[in-house]
Each structure stands twice: as structure tokens, then as C-alpha cells.
Design a protein around this ligand. Structure first.
Ligand code: UT7
Length: 321
């Protein structure tokens, strides 16, 4: 019996502070109307002084473990997708192992910007299938508010902070649930369309996010459309087989474009961009957790996830629940 990874739990951790578009418009030359109509964003959660990438990741991990009904001691792998670690090292993942009191197993971070969760899910699935892990936490945790140029209205209004997590468990039983396939892509030639102009550890240049929004938008619509077709056809599945689309939450217009390409009504698309804005690698697990907990995603459903971000990196994953 082939070994596969089954998603058995999910969790969320959002900072308490909610900032509406109207509140941002008192500080930045923008308006609620512009932000809503161009992006679908109404508000975002922003980290407080005491929130860190590790504290949000740990909160999401605890919430996912509780949801899965398993103790932290079952976990032997943690992968954290993040572009906003608190330190160059130790990795956020190893800090979370420490916070959870796990003294065996291993962990590391993945840097693939907004596609980070799909990358991390793909790596965890590969390690589980290869027999190198039995039970993994895959976490997206981001504090983009600390890498934004708050003078740049073209980017400052787009992002939020938060963390989401899933628990994957190895299964060798009969059954069709689990991660069916993941596909990853990157194109280094488009690296200057969305980047941070510094890095953790550079003494006077921690860096802020820079984006050519219109170009990234164009790439997102085209690349995500071909990516979702690629994962479906690799499993001999049709658009009509998809129960739920759980997309990266960057812009409602990009999300609607991919749904249209799939002939999927928006009622079958999980949308959180209105309340969370773009939380980069955290956005998919946050949306997935919401739809699992409120009963939209049910056993047997086929869930398609997709994301595109800085790199450019992009990819998709197909999961049967
Ligand atoms: O998650 C990683 C991937 N990221 C993405 O997928 C983001 C992709 N890009 C986008 O979502 C969109 O391109 C944006 C939301 C970033 C921008 O929307 P747009 O419709 O492409 O607007 P634009 O950049 O073409 O700007 C249109 C106008 C400009 O004014 P002019 O030159 O037409 O007079 C901007 O200066 O809107 C102006 N503008 C704003 N106005 C009010 C830009 N930002 C703002 C703002 N408030 N915050």
C-alpha cells in the first residue's frame, strides 16, 4: 500500500488588532472605495508590539493540533513558510518545536513568498511519502506590516499579518483522501517585479517590499490559470471535479479570474481577502481552516489550492478530504 499524507487538522492565529480601510485612509493617501474596488480588501489584522512570527506560528500550530486531536509529541517535522522571520536563525520552525516542547524530529523554514505554503506542503508531502516523517505541522506565518513602506500607498494597503497551520499524517490504509499532487514553479527572470530590498541581518537595511503591481497581476492571472489546469490534468480530473477552490488571497479580481477559468461559481471559492487582506504564505491555511471549521469543506471533497508570489514563484496542490 503506497504511503500518502492525509490532512487531519488545521488552525489559525490572527493578531487582535483590526485596521479598517477607513482607518488607513486617515494616514495614507487612499480611500476605502479604492481599496475595496481594486482589491476586495475591507480590513486587515496587524501585529501588535508583542506579536512575533514565532508567536503567531506557535498559536496556529496549537490550534491545528487541538483541531486534529493529537498531542504535540506526535509531531516529528515542522516546516514554516515565511518571508518575515524574527531572526536569520534559528529558523521559526525550530523555535516552534521549542515552544511546543518537542525534543525529537526536525524543522526548517521555506522562503517562497506568497507561494510558500504550497511549497512547504509539497516538501512535507514528499518527506512523509519517503518515510522521513510521520506527522508534520505545515505552517504559514507572516508579519508583512514590518516589511512594508508605509509611505507607499501602492503596497501598504494590500497586506495583513497572521498565521495558519495544517497537520499532515502518514497513512498506509485503503482510502482516497490526502494530498493527491503538488506542482511548483519559479521564474528567476521576474525577480524584480516583487521583492524586498534588504534582508534580516543586514545591519542598516532590513528592507521593505517593492512591487510592480500591474505586472504581477498580469503574471498571476496567466500563470495561475495554467497551473490549475496542470494539476487537474496530471490526475485526469476535470474542472467540474473541483469541490472548493482555496486560493492565495491577494486580490479578489485575481481570485475571480481563476474561478472563471475553472467554470467554478464564486460560492465554491473560499474568500478571506476581505477580512485578512494578503497575508502571503499564511493566506491559504487561514482560508482552509475557516472553510473546514464552518463545515463547507466536507469528507470526500476535492480541494484545489493555488498561489503566486515573489520570485516569481507559483504552484498548486490538490487535496482530497
Ligand atoms: O501576493 C503576491 C502577489 N501580489 C499580487 O498578486 C498583487 C497583484 N497586483 C494587484 O493586485 C493590483 O495590481 C494592485 C491592487 C496592486 C493595483 O491595482 P491596479 O488596478 O493594477 O492599479 P494601478 O497600480 O494600475 O494604479 C491605478 C491608479 C494609479 O493612479 P493613476 O496613475 O491612474 O493616476 C495609482 O497611483 O491607482 C493609484 N493608486 C491608488 N489610489 C488610491 C495606487 N494605489 C492606490 C491606493 N489608493 N492605495
Amino acid at each position: 500500500m503506497a504511503r500518502r499524507s492525509v490532512l487531519v487538522g488545521s488552525g489559525t492565529c490572527l493578531p487582535e488588532r483590526i485596521v479598517t480601510n477607513a482607518e488607513l485612509a486617515t494616514r495614507i493617501d487612499t480611500s476605502d472605495e479604492w481599496i475595496r474596488t481594486r482589491t476586495g480588501i475591507h480590513q486587515r489584522h496587524l501585529a501588535g508590539e508583542n506579536d512575533t512570527c514565532v508567536s503567531l506560528a506557535t498559536g496556529a500550530a496549537r490550534s491545528a493540533l487541538e483541531n486534529a486531536g493529537i498531542p504535540a509529541s506526535d509531531i516529528d517535522l515542522i516546516i514554516v513558510a515565511t518571508s518575515t522571520p524574527d531572526q536569520a536563525f534559528p529558523s521559526v520552525a525550530v523555535r516552534v518545536l521549542g515552544e511546543l516542547g518537542i525534543s525529537r524530529g526536525y524543522g526548517f523554514d521555506v522562503a517562497a513568498a506568497c507561494s510558500g505554503f504550497i511549497y512547504a506542503l509539497s516538501i512535507a508531502d514528499g518527506l512523509i511519502r519517503a518515510g522521513n516523517a510521520r506527522c508534520a505541522l505545515v505552517i504559514g506565518s507572516e508579519i508583512y506590516s514590518r516589511i512594508l513602506d508605509w509611505e507607499d500607498r501602492g503596497t501598504a494597503v494590500l497586506f495583513g499579518d497572521g498565521a495558519g497551520a495544517v497537520v499532515l499524517r502518514a497513512s498506509e490504509t485503503d482510502g482516497e483522501d490526502g494530498i493527491l499532487v503538488t506542482h511548483l514553479h519559479a521564474d528567476g527572470e521576474t525577480g524584480d517585479l516583487l521583492y524586498v530590498d534588504g534582508a534580516v541581518g543586514l545591519r542598516d537595511k532590513p528592507g521593505v517590499l517593492r512591487m510592480s503591481g500591474r505586472d504581477v497581476f498580469r503574471h498571476a492571472v496567466a500563470k495561475l490559470a495554467s497551473s490549475v489546469d496542470e494539476v487537474l490534468s496530471s490526475c485526469n480530473l476535470q474542472h467540474s471535479d473541483v469541490s472548493w477552490l482555496v486560493p492565495h488571497q491577494a486580490n479578489i479580481r485575481i481570485i475571480e479570474g481563476v474561478a472563471k477559468k475553472l467554470d467554478l461559481p464564486m460560492e465554491r471559492v473560499v474568500v478571506t481577502v476581505d477580512r485578512h487582506a494578503n497575508t502571503s504564505a499564511a493566506s491559504i491555511p487561514l482560508a482552509l481552516d475557516e472553510a473546514r471549521r464552518d463545515g463547507r469543506i466536507r469528507p470526500g471533497d476535492l480541494v484545489l489550492m493555488e498561489a503566486l508570489g515573489g520570485g516569481l514563484t507559483w504552484g498548486s496542490a490538490l487535496v482530497r478530504f
